[in-house]
Design a protein around this ligand. Structure first.
Ligand code: AMP
Ligand code: MG
Length: 413
């Protein structure tokens, strides 16, 4: 049961707004070869050094013609050949056509290229069997990209949709924002490293592993500081050290109100907390603020909450800090639930669900089952979040809900 007063909790949108308004993107940049720059963010506008296409060329295999030559006859002798990489050279006699292949430069004076399928070979030359329009089948210089135009604005993330474009312009290196340095640690006396046997009362450190995976997918440079014991002095020193080396410090655990929850108390001493209670479920205790140099995010201890708050809040923060300007909140789609969903009003709820198309081709979603913030299997059974509005109560079968499909942070595609 949720006994807290929800009026002093800030909404997800307010929290995202604060994260973005209060932080400043990195300005350091580095120059990389195109082959090393996948996933990186452009630090400047990228300007095209050339026109694309860089010369007028043929879009078809066929014949280059001058319209004036076709005025009184429909058949022209072939005066030469133009191939991709081997232009027609020499003089083009009046009253003739040039055999031309796709991608070949059109000879100067060409009015149109006639596709082979619209011609016939006759004894006296090529007969043109269809009406010809000026300019047809010619790809004109600069039609795709003009020289000196901005091909990609600053703040673009480079991937397969962008990098081949730069390759087609002959661009070999690109200025990108340097990688964000993120220091990461878990807190908790109960945490044991993966691979070691559990002693009484211990649990494995799920969060650091989960957060590492997501940071890797976001292309961050990771400083892994391991598990920090529930001791205020150690915790204080860890924050102070992490602050010296990182742009962003992420901890998990210790941000609620238990006896060994020192994270918030220490953050209050060594930093400035901007907010720490959110009207979302799971993930109410999430602390964000500033250390002397770095930003920090204190994630909740429960693994479901740690991953959810990272996904919904740290993801846009990292995008912003890394200079990625086009980040958009996850797209929400409408689906009908085929199972009842338990919910009490007060917080925006991110339940885990499995969505699919039903026989009518509509989106349908069902719960993954137990939604406790310690039930990590709910992620592995699901493919989306079911996003239930703050004031909503229980949801019955057949009601409409909103869903967000998991992105690459939670799955491979
Ligand atoms: P805390 O916020 O530190 O009180 O943690 C809340 C719950 O999350 C407790 O049950 C912790 O044992 C658990 N927890 C904290 N950190 C981790 C972690 N790194 N991995 C798995 N569970 C954790
Ligand atoms: Mg703890």
């Amino acid at each position: 049961m949720d006994h807290c007063h929800t009026s002093d909790l800030i909404s997800l949108e307010q929290a995202r707004e604060k994260l973005l308004v209060q932080t400043v993107p990195l300005t350091c940049r580095e120059t990389l070869n195109l082959t090393e720059s996948a996933g990186r963010i452009t630090a400047t506008d990228i300007i095209s050094p050339i026109n694309v296409p860089s010369f007028d060329n043929s879009a078809m295999d066929g014949y280059a013609i001058r319209l004036a030559d076709l005025h009184d006859k429909q058949t022209l002798p072939v005066a030469g050949k133009a191939l991709a990489g081997a232009p027609f050279q020499g003089a083009w006699p009046a009253g003739s056509c040039i055999r031309i292949m796709t991608g070949a430069p059109v000879p100067p004076g060409t009015d149109a290229v006639v596709m082979q399928e619209h011609t016939e070979v006759t004894e006296t030359g090529i007969r043109f069997t269809h009406p010809v329009k000026s300019g047809q089948n010619i790809r004109t210089i600069g039609e795709d990209i003009t020289q000196n135009s901005v091909v990609l604005p600053k703040g673009t993330q480079l991937s397969t949709a962008q990098l081949p474009l730069l390759a087609s312009l002959g661009i070999a290196t690109v200025d990108v924002v340097r990688k964000l340095k993120v220091a990461l640690f878990s807190t908790g006396d109960e945490l044991q490293a993966i691979g070691k046997p559990l002693q009484a009362g211990q649990i494995y450190d799920t969060n650091r592993f989960a957060i590492r995976l997501m940071l890797e997918k976001l292309g961050c440079e990771i400083i892994d500081l391991g598990v920090i014991r529930d001791d205020p002095n150690t915790l204080r020193q860890t924050f102070i050290d992490a602050d010296k080396h990182a742009d962003l410090v992420i901890s998990s655990g210790g941000v609620s109100v238990g006896e060994a929850d020192y994270t918030k108390q220490v953050l209050d001493e060594v930093g400035k907390i901007s907010f720490w209670k959110l009207a979302i479920k799971p993930g109410k205790p999430f602390a964000f603020g500033q250390l002397e140099h770095a930003w920090f995010c204190g994630l909740p201890g429960n693994p479901v909450s740690a991953v959810l708050t990272f996904y919904q809040l740290v993801q846009p923060l990292i995008a912003h800090l890394s200079g990625f300007t086009a980040w958009q909140p996850p797209m929400r789609l409408t689906a009908k639930t085929t199972t009842p969903l338990k919910k009490s009003p007060g917080r925006l709820d991110f339940q885990r669900g499995m969505a699919s198309l039903n026989a009518q081709g509509e989106l349908a979603v069902q719960t993954t089952g137990h939604q406790g913030s310690h039930i990590f299997s709910s992620y592995s059974l699901g493919n989306c979040f079911i996003v239930l509005e703050r004031e909503r109560g229980h949801v019955a079968i057949g009601e409409t809900v909103q869903i967000e499909f998991f992105n690459h942070l939670l799955k491979n595609q």
